[in-house]
Design a protein around this ligand. Structure first.
Ligand code: NDP
Ligand code: A1CAB
Length: 291
């Protein structure tokens, strides 16, 4: 059965998720899929409409057919027309958008899935009508190329089965999906949500080292990124512990251990672990009113 998805606040993350879905739709011949069949996206300013249109995959007919609206009236029209609403605005905007006149009525009986960092289920439930099914998700920008990592709050057994199957279909088209309890959401936000920035900085730094040693920038970035992607795939596909994989590369007296010792001198393990700690603690405050 076809259904309509509205993405409210369709910026970087909304585009990444829609791109994942549109690419999957263009590859799929299965008409009974749990993916949406109609799409509406909203932005804040009318001047952002053209920019959003040009950010969506140009070869996808679902992208071309997507309705793009703006402002409060656009949000209301989108929510009224939708079966499932994906909230993808900035965390601090959620309350204002959901408490606008008419929005509560428009959300009645629908699924509201949030991708917002730091905004809790309890907050969303307080702003939505009682008969609206609220779900929290956290995903990341590689969703744009189907290589994302998404976590979804555990869905109660009492919910309609379409909630889980539709959300799984949407986020599976963006990459890997896991269901986790809400208590883990801030750390998932740090690790998966912010993770691409941390990893991109590592690639940039490794490439800088290679440039320092004379390798041209383009080759250095490609080599660093492919080495990271290949290592990550090996960990995922062979389920090898990262430490075992590291040991396999490390020849006694060789160059790898020389490099690893420099990493240890730089306290890189603690630095990376503390990076996740700092981002997790910060994520917890994102959806909260600043006093
Ligand atoms: N960026 C990331 O990597 C990740 C982000 N997230 C979460 O995703 C959410 C969005 O982040 P991101 O995509 O980076 O943010 P962006 O700033 O890229 O997108 C926000 C969008 O909201 C629109 N908007 C502003 N005001 C309104 C309004 N009143 N009604 C409807 N739309 C409005 C903006 O339009 P306009 O430009 O016209 O103002 C813009 O399109 C955040 O809550 C963040 O925590 C989660 C995981 C990863
Ligand atoms: O930096 C942020 O707050 C958002 C949430 C996770 C990634 N970007």
């Amino acid at each position: 059965m076809g259904y309509t998805l509205a993405v409210i606040g369709c910026g970087t993350m909304g585009v990444a998720i829609l791109s994942g879905i549109f690419t999957r739709i263009s590859q799929e011949s299965n008409e009974s899929s749990d993916l949406p069949t109609k799409f509406i996206a909203t932005v804040g300013r009318s001047t952002s409409i053209d920019q959003l249109r040009s950010s969506l995959p140009s070869t996808s007919s679902a992208a071309k057919d997507t309705t793009i609206l703006s402002g409060d009236e656009g949000n209301l029209e989108a929510i009224r027309s939708a079966d499932m609403v994906l909230l993808a605005c900035k965390p601090y905007m959620a309350k204002t958008i959901l408490e606008k006149q008419g929005v509560k009525e428009a959300l009645s009986g629908k699924v509201l899935a949030s991708v917002l960092a730091g905004v809790t289920m309890a907050q969303l439930q307080a702003w939505a009508p009682e008969d609206c099914e609220v779900v929290r998700t956290m995903t990341n920008t590689p969703s744009k190329i189907g290589q994302g990592m998404t976590v979804i709050t555990t869905i109660p057994a009492s919910s309609p089965s379409t909630t889980s199957s539709r959300l799984t279909a949407i986020f599976s088209s963006c990459g890997l999906v896991r269901f986790v309890d809400e208590k883990h959401f801030n750390v998932c936000t740090a690790l998966a949500g912010s993770g691409p920035a941390f990893v991109a900085m590592m690639v940039d730094a490794l490439a800088d080292g290679a440039v320092l040693m004379g390798l041209p920038r383009a080759e250095a970035v490609e080599m660093a990124a492919q080495t990271l992607a290949g290592t990550a795939r090996m960990i995922l596909e062979t389920k090898t512990h990262p430490a075992v994989l590291k040991d396999g590369v490390t020849t006694p007296g060789g160059c790898t251990i020389a490099g690893l010792m420099r990493m240890e001198d730089g306290n890189i393990r603690a630095t990376l672990a503390r990076t996740i700690e700092a981002a997790t603690l910060h994520a917890a405050g994102l959806g909260q009113d600043k006093k």
